[in-house]
Design a protein around this ligand. Structure first.
Ligand code: FAD
Length: 317
């Protein structure tokens, strides 16, 4: 079976969940092979985990050039690997970096590209949610191999241990790919909560939450459920919560097992970022709020009464 290249998303020596999802998907399409791009020594701490999820090969592309510059060198190295391995497909995470590498790779290979894919079958037919979530389309790359970016939280990662072989990739990066150097990295302090795009539970607050202080209610519920906190754009624009937590068309896309919307009307731009959540619970005092068209469970009521009651009940369990 031909290899399916999975470009590994990692941070701080850990494999990100979207990579495990991609490996799970890759097993349906061929033999998964993980590609780790980064500075010297980056692949070793990741290899065991990648093997646990079925990577038969880990291509380790390690060089200061891959760490010290923006994504252009990564796209260049990946293009060389694709040309030599001739994989059945290439999967990248639908993240900021994954999408940028994918775009550059598509140009280099003169290949079609599908982004934000939530499913891909063995014939290369991909499922995408488009137009701010109003339409689901089936698409196929018609020029070249299936080159796709996979939306985080689209599928449940399942382990399938494989004995993994590590193959070092020669990294030669042309000067023309080294035009933007990384000067400084500021890592956001990792809080106790899971990362928004990877969380299996997200509790979001909207304008109805009323103030930044009131977001404590949202945080409390999220913490009890082991989830992340999200916010609508109206809540962010009102200064209730920082922008990095915005969910929606111009924010993050989430697809958790459980999404709880508190005081959020359910505008199409918000839905674009959360409507593929598996179960949606909404609390809104307006019974006509559009979020109820989408919700699996809806409570018409004042969130300042409903949320403390829910929190108290959950705490008892
Ligand atoms: P509102 O629409 O004001 O809704 C507040 C809700 O809270 C109401 O339904 C109200 O009934 C309810 N409520 C009030 N008080 C209570 C209470 N005490 N208890 C219970 N319920 C209560 N929006 C996003 O969220 N994400 C995006 O990424 C995004 N991108 C956009 C991009 C573009 C180009 C544009 C034009 C808009 C975008 N928006 C986005 C904005 C979007 O159109 C909406 O304006 C926004 O989602 C509304 O946020 P909201 O639901 O919190 O506020």
């Amino acid at each position: 079976m031909a290899e399916v290249l999975v470009v590994v998303e990692h941070s701080g020596g850990e494999v990100k969940k979207v990579t495990l999802e991609m490996l799970t998907l890759a097993r349906e399409l061929g033999t998964p092979a993980a590609v780790v791009l980064g500075g010297p020594g980056v692949a070793a701490p990741l290899t065991e985990k990648l093997g646990e999820f079925g990577a038969a090969t880990v291509y380790a592309a390690e060089s200061e050039d891959l760490d010290g510059f923006l994504v252009a060198p990564k796209a260049a190295v990946l293009a060389g690997l694709v040309r030599s391995v001739q994989p059945a497909a290439v999967l990248l995470g639908s993240t900021q970096e994954g999408k940028e590498i994918a775009g550059r790779l598509a140009v280099k290979l003169d290949n079609g590209l599908l982004t934000d894919v939530s499913g891909l079958d063995a014939d290369g037919v991909a499922t995408q949610v488009v137009f701010a979530g109003s339409t689901i389309v089936k698409s196929r790359v018609t020029r070249g191999l299936p080159l796709v970016t996979v939306r985080p939280n689209s599928l449940t990662p399942t382990p399938a241990p494989a004995s993994v072989r590590v193959s070092a990739v020669d990294v030669v990066v042309e000067q023309s790919a080294k035009l933007a150097r990384v000067l400084e990295r500021k890592v956001e302090p990792k809080g106790a909560r899971p990362e928004l795009t990877e969380a299996s539970v997200v509790v979001s607050g909207g304008r109805g939450v009323g103030s930044g202080d009131n977001f404590k209610l949202v945080e409390e519920l999220a913490d009890l459920l082991g989830g992340a906190v999200g916010a609508s754009r109206a809540a962010v624009d009102s200064g209730f919560y920082p922008h990095q937590f915005q969910v929606g068309q111009t924010g993050k896309t989430v697809s958790p097992q459980l999404y709880v919307a508190l005081g959020i009307s359910g505008a199409i731009q918000h839905r674009a970022g959360m409507q593929t959540s598996k179960t949606i619970v909404a609390v809104n005092k307006d019974a006509e709020a559009p979020i109820f068209e989408l919700a699996d469970y809806g409570v018409v009521g004042d969130l300042f009464k409903v949320v403390p009651q829910a929190t108290e009940e959950i705490r008892k369990r």
